[in-house]
Design a protein around this ligand. Structure first.
Ligand code: SF4
Length: 225
């Protein structure tokens, strides 16, 4: 299986996905692809450079250089999990159960709480964009690149979380193994993270987008030690 498109080191699309990309780039997508609720926010983030560990700012910079609107380092304890988050996936999301990066195949909120407790820091960053499939794949690849760079720098526990259902493949191999395990990562909300509360804990004002004219904001997170 060739690697997905979206970043320089993954230029080829899996067979059958070009049509999907073009269809989605032609305009706002309809149906299941865009009927999935996403965490979005409308306000800029505050700057915490005075308190963020200097050695971790590199990964926030990588996100900004990759197109992120804002990025910052926060204590991992500010990442909030809640049991209700899974209900939003199970009742209301058309993607529930259809992708390996979505519940019920992802860690439960309780499992995620235990994982977060094993970390000291998190890099949170956001993209402001009307979603297109190619952009979303690019962000997934960027997350994988940041996680990989952190690992190579000695932060061996680094692990990333994306936003929304994985779209690296047009059809997820949901009953088998992931075709791109080196790149695909679960969404924050798919693992029970309360993205709104996490953003607000980080000094971010996060509100529900209530009109089709508003530009969505996508939230990504890297847990790191
Ligand atoms: S990379 Fe493909 S197989 Fe893996 S979770 Fe994403 S869509 Fe599914």
């Amino acid at each position: 299986m060739p690697p997905p498109s979206g970043c320089d080191r993954r230029k080829e699309l899996p067979a059958g996905q070009d049509d999907l990309v073009e269809r989605l780039q032609a305009g706002p997508a309809q149906g299941p692809v865009d009927s999935v609720p996403f965490p979005v926010m409308l306000a800029p983030m505050s700057n915490n450079r005075a308190t963020a560990p200097v050695r971790l700012r590199r990964y926030a910079r990588m996100a900004l250089e990759g197109g992120a609107t804002a990025a910052k380092v926060i204590p991992a304890q500010k990442v909030v999990t809640a049991d209700w988050v899974r209900l939003k996936c199970q009742y209301g999301c058309s993607g529930y159960g259809k992708r390996l990066g979505c519940p019920p195949r992802t860690p439960t909120p309780e499992e995620t709480r235990r994982v977060i407790a094993e970390y000291r820091w998190a890099v949170i960053y956001v993209f402001d964009s009307n979603r297109t499939m190619r952009l979303r794949r690019k962000w997934v690849c960027l997350l994988a690149d940041i996680e990989r760079q952190a690992f190579l720098d000695g932060h061996y526990k680094a692990f990333g979380f994306g936003a929304g259902p994985c779209r690296l493949c047009a059809d997820c191999n949901a009953d088998g193994l992931c075709r791109h395990p080196e790149t695909a990562r679960p969404a924050m909300e798919a693992c029970g993270m309360d993205v709104y509360a996490t953003c607000r804990n980080a000094g971010i004002s996060l509100e529900v987008v209530t009109s089709a004219e508003a530009t969505p904001r996508y939230v990504n997170l890297l847990l790191i030690e």
